[in-house]
Design a protein around this ligand. Structure first.
Ligand SMILES: Cc1cc2nc3c(=O)[nH]c(=O)nc-3n(C[C@H](O)[C@H](O)[C@H](O)COP(=O)(O)OP(=O)(O)OC[C@H]3O[C@@H](n4cnc5c(N)ncnc54)[C@H](O)[C@@H]3O)c2cc1C
Length: 437
């Protein structure tokens, strides 16, 4: 069931009210609790606020599938995601945080009724959390064909062996289920896109070892609970396989659909808030006889930040519009573009804000460092910039291979020797008669 413009406006207003009443006033508590309790513990304020958000119906907004979600399309959700993105803590409070959103989408799309009952329902209820294990320390995992963790069938079970890292959520005590990507086909010459599978592994399965939390730019737990996880002879029933053996890439493609641009939508909200804080601080701080906001360099940066945010928002909305109207496949260039543009834009704006805040910008009193580390990590976490750029460029090259340059003006003059001579002779500046080589 589609959401009307009026319903959307009402959701936006309620979300903004919630942010003002519950999120912003509790952020200091969130960071303090996060720092004190560390990556292995639940942050109490998040659990408290989740209950309120759920009771108010501000819950699972990411899921378009009605009645389990809010029934929003990508364009509509983008506007709400921007509001939530204003705070690092907010997405989880509304049960709209990665990696659960992507994992829930995978379960909605590919899970069997039993898998959905066991894992999707508690995830949708916010009772448990989940993790996605693809990246490995020992291979370049931006190329998923490299993934080495072994998934070998043994009777009615699969046996997993391997080492994963940068698994978000591994150290969270609420994390109960892992979606693990690994190699299941070892035949020489097998298609590299049919050798990987994705399988459900309950975190308490013997042999699953969360070895250590990993820092992200020195932060543990907030903004990301990155971890290293080992799988030593982990046995799960064959019924835990998602979609089918060898179909891991297909799932990865599906997973990387809508979830791909949620981060971008949120980064726009984050950048808006950082810009606001930068303006307020620059107005209030006087150096060398005038407010920092009157320094032309500050004006220049504020203006540039506004331009960059507007550009990114338009590109995000275009990507969301295309996903809604022509599908994720057709929108892949726009998706890749915004994946590069949004984190880079956010990094630049937070960097300028740190400069305006002076030394205080480098501690987390103003949340700038945590925002920077999140934005910077996103230049890798959703696939490195370079991989997206390669895709954008390949699609661009392909586009021009399929058009007629005579029609588009894509052909240059391309003189033959004779034409070059004729052109030179007839042109404004023919070689002078007395010219010697
Ligand atoms: C905060 C954070 C959270 C994360 N959460 C998760 C998670 O929950 N689950 C998970 O599985 N992973 C997660 N990751 C891992 C992330 O997905 C990977 O780091 C990313 O895919 C890159 O893989 P890699 O680290 O192995 O880098 P590599 O593949 O080794 O690449 C290293 C660098 O090589 C260059 N490069 C690679 N390919 C190309 C190319 N084609 N052209 C040009 N240059 C190239 C790029 O500069 C790239 O950054 C997370 C990472 C971070 C930082």
């Amino acid at each position: 069931m589609a959401v009307t413009e009026t319903q959307l406006a009402e959701l936006q207003a309620r979300l903004k009210d919630f942010m003002a009443k519950h999120i912003y006033p509790n952020e200091q508590r969130y960071y303090t609790e996060g720092e004190k309790l560390g990556p292995w513990r639940v942050i109490p304020v998040v659990e408290e606020l989740k209950k309120i958000a759920k009771a108010e119906g501000l819950w699972n907004l990411f899921l378009p599938d009605d009645p389990r979600g809010a029934g929003l399309n990508n364009q509509q959700y983008a506007t709400l995601c921007e509001i939530m993105g204003r705070s690092v803590m907010a997405p989880e409070v509304f049960n709209c945080a990665a990696p659960d959103t992507g994992n829930m989408e995978v379960l909605v799309r590919y899970g069997t009724p039993e898998q959905q009952k066991q894992w999707l329902e508690p995830l949708l209820a916010g009772e448990i959390r989940s993790a996605f294990c693809m990246t490995e320390a020992d291979v370049a995992s931006s190329d998923a064909t490299n993934v080495q963790l072994e998934i070998r069938r043994d009777g009615d079970e699969y046996v997993l062996n391997g080492r994963k890292w940068y698994t978000t959520g591994g150290t969270d005590p609420r994390c109960k289920i892992l979606i693990v990507m690994g190699r299941s086909n070892f035949e020489p010459g097998a298609s590299p896109h049919a050798i990987q599978s994705q399988i459900l592994v309950p975190k308490n399965t013997p042999g699953v070892k969360v070895i250590r939390p990993l820092p992200v730019f020195g932060f543990y737990g907030v903004p990301d609970r990155a971890s290293e996880v080992w799988f030593d002879n982990v046995r799960v029933p064959v019924s835990n396989m998602l979609l089918g053996e060898g179909r891991g890439f297909e799932i990865a493609q599906g997973r990387l659909g809508p979830g791909r641009i949620h981060h971008c939508m949120r980064l726009i909200g984050m950048s808006e808030r950082i810009l606001e804080r930068m303006c307020r601080r620059a107005d209030a701080r006087v150096a060398f006889g005038k407010p920092v906001s009157e320094q032309t360099v500050t004006l220049e940066r504020i203006a540039e930040a506004r331009i960059m945010i507007e550009q990114c928002r338009l590109l995000t909305m275009k990507a969301a519009y295309m996903m809604d109207t022509v599908g994720n496949k057709e929108a892949k260039q726009e998706i890749a573009m915004i994946k590069v543009a949004a984190p880079n834009m956010a990094c630049k704006i937070v960097d300028w804000a740190i400069q305006v805040f002076g030394g205080g910008g480098t501690n987390n009193d103003h949340f700038l460092t945590v925002c920077y580390s999140l934005a910077r990590a996103l230049r890798l976490a959703d696939g490195p910039d370079e991989v997206h750029r390669n895709q954008i460029a390949r699609l661009e090259l392909k586009r021009h291979r399929n058009t007629d340059p005579d029609f588009t003006g894509g052909r240059g003059l391309g003189f033959t020797r004779q034409e070059a001579q004729e052109f030179a002779d007839a042109g404004l500046w023919p070689r002078p008669a007395d010219w010697t080589e």
